[in-house]
Design a protein around this ligand. Structure first.
Ligand code: PGA
Length: 270
């Protein structure tokens, strides 16, 4: 895992957007995995700015979102489809037919989930998956105890997640009890993951994810098995990490490599 710690969430979000923009420029028909919630908002704002001011072109990009609440249609203000329209899609030149989210109002969820997985495969797989993390260490709606090999399916939300999200719905009793979510196994198949975590309430989950054992009790910890994960954190979310100094050393070496300053790293010297 590459762990990048920025002073605040704005700097981290700009950095995240640069990773996404680099991919979109390099591979104009790339497949992005997208997330909802507070964590990716700053990244989306920066991508919108890059589109408006620098012409970053999304016309060939395909997207797959991680999850959707069961029972909510696209016009419901708390549905994730609505969130994506408001916060990203309507501000970009993205083709609406290339934006995919699970359907919270599917009639046959088993077949819908299978189709969602097929659609991802047919699109060539996800090149880069953006992820937030729950205070309990979940990724997407893969709550503690979810199989680390799980695929897109229905998932019952924990009382903690329902409590966390009640503020958006005006009360816990209004939060849907079920969601459709990509599985941990689905997420692990994406070529690259960008995990975003900001704020002191994420510090424990971040520590367990990056430095704890791999366990289904913290589904984000499965990312330790992935070959290419970048964790973008602010200071507050990183404050419980034990190996912070080492992560900073790695970033310094990485910057020198990217700047071609090989000699500073002892490469090619005599
Ligand atoms: P947040 O949610 O980005 O709104 O903090 C993350 C999550 O619960 O997965």
């Amino acid at each position: 895992m590459r762990v990048i710690i920025e002073p605040d969430s704005h700097a981290a979000s700009r950095r995240a957007a640069r990773f996404v923009a680099e991919l979109v420029r390099k591979k104009s028909d790339c497949v992005l995995g997208l997330a909802t919630g507070g964590s990716p908002l700053g990244t989306y704002q920066e991508l919108i700015r890059l589109h408006r001011e620098e012409g970053l072109d999304f016309s060939q990009v395909t997207t797959f979102n991680l999850d959707e609440y069961v029972g909510l249609g696209p016009a419901h203000p708390q549905s994730y489809r609505y969130f994506m329209q408001q916060n990203l899609f309507q501000h970009l030149n993205i083709d609406p037919t290339r934006t995919n989210l699970p359907d919270g109002r599917a009639l046959d969820f088993d077949s819908h989930c299978r189709q969602y997985e097929h659609k991802i495969k047919d699109a060539g797989g996800i090149d880069l998956q953006i992820l937030g993390i729950g205070a309990d260490g979940h990724i997407a709606f893969n709550e503690p105890g979810s199989s680390l090999g799980s695929r897109t399916r229905l998932k019952t939300l924990t009382s903690e997640t329902i409590r966390d999200n009640a503020r958006f719905f005006g009360g816990e009793d209004k939060v849907p009890r079920l969601a459709v979510t990509m599985g941990v196994g689905t997420i692990l198949e994406s070529r690259q993951c960008l995990l975003l975590a900001f704020g002191p309430h994420k510090a424990l989950a971040v520590r367990d994810t990056i430095e704890g054992p791999i366990t289904a009790q913290v589904t984000a910890s499965a990312l330790q098995l992935h070959r290419e994960v970048i964790c973008l954190l602010d200071e507050a979310a990183a404050r419980l990490l034990v190996r912070r100094d080492y992560y900073a050393d790695v970033e310094r070496a990485q910057s020198l490599l990217e700047a071609g300053q090989m000699r500073a790293l002892g490469i090619g010297g005599t």
